[in-house]
Design a binder for this molecule. Structure first.
Ligand SMILES: C[S@@+](CC[C@H](N)C(=O)[O-])C[C@H]1O[C@@H](n2cnc3c(N)ncnc32)[C@H](O)[C@@H]1O
Length: 205
């Protein structure tokens, strides 16, 4: 089991340091998927910041999904404060066995959660299973653009000099294996973005 994220300290970081990245990433998701309605699963949603930013600029119904009850409670408070109650559901579970039927959702998004997943082949096969035909997934991590990334790395590294390397190195083997994993799962299309926006797998079922 990979180590987990402490909900209270993560919430503090999201609100005080990471906050500006989510609207930028949400806009990139819209530009790169063009999916703005239907049902979206925010996988490993944490406090829900990305799903909320995306719901704010689309008509998507957002299903916030996480293994942590405490994270989902924070996400629920946060969604209420954005008046998103009637477009939100909250689902607790494990990415390796998503409690949804086949071909259920139009879009899966996930930021910063995959480094914690034990089995990327199983996790991505679950994500593809629950997508509708033609549905898309946008899975990975990053800070949106170079200016945001550099300022966040500086702020976080002031407290912990090893902060960036600790998570980059942790998933190097999985990142290298990802093209092979995705090819074996045979979605109709996939593309890996590795640029200033972050490291993202964009998959079309
Ligand atoms: C670093 S946080 C990222 C949260 C959020 N996506 C963001 O970008 O602000 C990682 C989240 O992934 C969740 N997570 C980790 N492993 C998971 C798994 N196997 N199934 C579901 N959620 C998981 C954790 O509980 C945590 O909330």
């Amino acid at each position: 089991m990979k180590h987990s994220t402490n909900p209270q300290s993560f919430d503090h970081i999201v609100r005080n340091v990471f906050a500006p990245i989510y609207p930028v990433i949400a806009e990139q998701i819209v530009n790169r998927t063009a999916i703005t309605s239907g049902r979206c699963l925010d996988a490993g949603c944490g406090t829900g910041a990305l799903g909320i930013a995306l719901a704010n600029i689309t008509d998507l119904h957002m299903s916030f999904f996480d293994q942590s009850e405490e994270m989902l409670n924070l996400a629920s408070d946060y969604a209420s404060s954005h008046n998103l109650n009637d477009r939100s559901t909250f689902i607790r579970g494990d990415i390796h066995a998503i409690p949804l039927i086949d071909e259920d959702v139009h879009l899966v998004i996930s930021r910063g959660s995959s480094p914690f997943w034990d089995d990327w082949h199983k996790a991505y096969s679950e994500i593809i299973r629950i997508l509708k035909p033609g549905g898309m997934a946008y899975i990975g991590g990053g800070f949106g653009n170079a200016a945001l990334r550099d300022s966040i790395v500086k702020t976080m590294s002031d407290n912990n000099p090893d902060w960036r390397n600790s998570f980059k190195d942790r998933i190097k083997p999985e990142r290298e294996a990802l093209p092979g994993i995705l090819a074996s799962l045979r979605p109709s299309k996939f593309n890996i973005i590795d640029d200033e926006s972050g490291f993202w797998a964009v998959i079309t079922k």
